[in-house]
Design a protein around this ligand. Structure first.
Ligand code: DOR
Ligand code: ZN
Ligand code: ZN
Length: 352
């Protein structure tokens, strides 16, 4: 028996749509089609392109490229670098957050110099999310800087028990801080690494089941505010090469995995809505999309396949996984944009 329920159009604060510069992996068309098929009607794109989004020109260039081609609404984050600080005041109202890469990962935006980091934290507006990629011990440094400069800190993709504990303490101490977790860290562990090979390699990496349990605890007790897919597609060839790129796609699998977890009584549907809509909307201050909703069937069971994906990369680390919970329909501003099989559009908007 189908059990159809309505959800709001979901918001993903953390995706890599790869355009410009890496459109062999994904582009604005395929990435936003993947978003719609996954129940996301609004996504926020990261700045670590080959030519990073660290100037007004590169930001405008992305907006121009996305214009008239996106199937979901798309907003952008700005990248922190020693050279981009001068533009913070100019671009602050055109982006949803600033991304600071404090550990090495895809792209050239690594920032480890304490003096430059201080300048970044001090110059970014206090009422806009300052998002950090800060793994393990680096998180302590990010928390110290956010405390010193009173930032609105958002910690991306937490994966370790130690990180959940640090964030819990920081929240209790009154810091203005939020955090996200990915579905690959919630539904895969280091035990899956052998089977997945480079298709299970991302930053931060898959961790132990002990760490994973603490993430689920953080979901339940409210320490974790939202799900960010960290949709980071790379081609199969890039994954199978000598130096595989880090990252996995996630836009089309996150909601189905979460709905399956609802069926397994690991969380409630109300909590899913908070994690994928209410909290990202509030924290990133995204515009409300009128007459927009997603219809899901909580009872429909199926197996995830690579062939059914909209993402250009054409693979997922969750291939073969049994799911209960299917996106049946997506409506964006009264327009049918997905009927469970076909995508219609483009009806998305570029957000400023
Ligand atoms: O695995 C990752 N992939 N982690 C990141 O921080 C960046 C991302 C990418 O852009 O490929
Ligand atoms: Zn990251
Ligand atoms: Zn990312």
């Amino acid at each position: 028996m189908p059990k159809l329920i309505k959800l709001p159009g979901l918001i993903d604060p953390h995706v890599h749509l790869r355009e410009p510069g890496a459109t062999q992996k994904e582009d604005f068309v395929t990435g936003t089609k993947a978003a719609i098929a996954g129940g996301y009607t609004l996504v926020l794109d990261m700045p670590n392109n080959p030519i990073p989004t660290i100037s007004p020109e590169t930001l405008q260039g992305k907006k121009d490229l996305a214009n008239s081609r996106v199937y979901a609404d798309v907003g952008f984050h700005f990248g922190a670098s020693s050279k981009s600080i001068q533009y913070f005041e100019v671009i602050k109202d055109q982006v949803f957050g600033l991304k600071v890469y404090m550990n090495p990962t895809t792209g050239d935006l690594l920032m480890q110099d304490d003096q430059v980091l201080e300048k970044v934290f001090s110059a970014w507006p206090k009422d806009k999310p300052l998002m950090v990629h800060a793994e393990g011990d680096t998180l302590q440094k990010a928390l110290g800087l956010a405390k010193k400069f009173s930032n609105k800190l958002h910690v991306c993709h937490i994966s370790l028990k130690q990180e959940v504990e640090l964030i819990k303490q920081a929240k209790e101490a009154g810091l203005n801080i939020s955090c996200e977790v990915t579905c690959h860290h919630l539904f895969l562990t280091d035990q899956d690494k052998e089977k997945l090979g480079s298709f299970g390699m991302m930053k931060p990496p898959l961790e132990s089941s002990d760490d994973q349990q603490t993430l689920w605890q953080g979901i339940t007790d409210g320490t974790i505010d939202m799900i960010g897919s960290d949709h980071a597609p790379h081609t199969k060839e890039e994954k199978l090469g000598k130096k595989p790129a880090f990252g996995v796609p996630g836009l089309e699998t996150s909601l189905p995995l979460l709905l399956t977890a609802v069926g397994d009584s690991k969380l409630t549907i109300d909590r899913v809505i908070e994690l994928t809509y209410t909290n990202p909307q509030k924290i990133f201050n995204t515009p409300v999309q009128e007459n927009t909703f997603v219809e899901v069937d909580l009872e429909e069971s199926y197996t995830i396949t690579n062939e059914s994906l909209q993402t250009k990369c054409g693979w997922t680390p969750f291939v073969g996984r049994e799911i209960t919970g299917k996106v049946k329909k997506v409506v964006l501003r009264d327009q049918l944009v997905y009927d469970g099989q076909n995508i219609f559009g483009p009806y998305g908007q570029v957000l400023s």
